[in-house]
Design a protein. Structure first.
Length: 186
């Protein structure tokens, strides 16, 4: 049985969800971001109990197909950005079409209807959060960050960063309070 889970966006989330299933004595056949496949079907009582435990930990079971698709899209984008290997010629539309085998206009429409934000805006906001993280770690220069996240120039990255956060990357680094958002709240 496949169960789709909202807010499952990282490796630690997979560990947390695995723990919830183990505590409930539900055997997992496979687990990926946003999705768990159990070895057997679950009773309605088991599902309700599982949903309660997921909610208490900040996760949520997704029941309808449009929300499941949106979570798949979000997880694909988050993973792609976390890889820090986005070419400057990267096209979000081609990437999602290749992964989901669906028409981009329908993906975009479903995403916008469910999230009140366009796919492109979501992608940019996720990249900006990754830039914030990388700036705080101080491992890469702004030029290296721009290259790893597919920006054609530092100026392009800086412009998007300022539009999103209200600060330049340099100003952000100097702040004492770093306004980072958890990825599942972007």
């Amino acid at each position: 049985m496949k169960i789709f889970i909202k807010n499952m966006v990282c490796g630690r989330c997979i560990s947390a969800v695995t723990g919830i299933f183990n505590e409930a004595h539900i055997k997992i056949a496979s687990i990926h971001l946003g999705e768990v496949e159990t070895e057997s079907d679950l009773s309605e009582q088991d599902l309700q109990s599982l949903e309660k435990q997921l909610l208490e930990t900040g996760f949520e079971r997704i029941k309808d197909s449009s929300h499941q698709l949106v979570e798949k899209i979000k997880n694909l984008i988050i993973v792609k950005i976390s890889e820090l290997d986005i070419d400057e010629n990267f096209l979000l539309s081609e990437f999602l079409i290749s992964k989901l085998h669906k028409d981009y206009s329908s993906l975009s429409k479903t995403f916008s209807q469910n999230e009140n934000i366009t796919l492109e805006q979501f992608f940019i906001l996720q990249k900006i959060e990754k830039v914030k993280e990388l700036l705080l770690y101080n491992e890469f220069t702004l030029t290296e960050i721009a290259g790893k996240l597919g920006y054609k120039s530092v100026q392009h990255l800086s412009s998007q960063f300022r539009n999103s956060s209200g600060f330049t990357p340099t100003e952000f680094k100097k702040l004492k309070i770093h306004n980072r958002k958890p990825l599942d709240f972007v």
